[in-house]
Design a protein around this ligand. Sequence first.
Ligand code: ZN
Length: 162
Amino acid sequence: MKIALNSVVAMDYELRIGEDDDVIDSSDDGSFVFLIGHGNVIPGLEEALLGRGAGEEIQVSIPPEKGYGIRDDGKMIGLPRSNLPPDFVVEIGLPLELEDEKGHSFPVWIAGTHGDDVVLDGNHPLAGETLKFSVKLLSVRVATEEELSHGHVHGPDGHHHH
Ligand code: ZN
């Protein structure tokens, strides 16, 4: 079958970025399994997979707009150290969750320090990057009703409920 909305796809991949094509992420043991059409992977990757089938190998270069977005310097936040626990260690690249005024949590990444502030970056670390995926499609199946209602894949290789 061909990949379509609500397909469950298993694939191996390598993800490269930058002029040197550094491999920053990969999976080669069939453990990366996800549901198409539910925001589980970036839009550009879903687009590249639609209509393809098991056994195909795909090379795709995804612009930031269809990946993790354009970098927005307006998303840099300075947080006074006094707002953080005394034992807080600034570890660049570490993700944190912040809450907005409405109580919605959103992810930020520690970018560094500036004076007495810890600088947090609301841009995804891969924002602004063109993502070069090499994909090998392993299998394609139809999602179960339960998977569709949850919006994610269930075992053996997908999501497990605890
Ligand atoms: Zn579930």
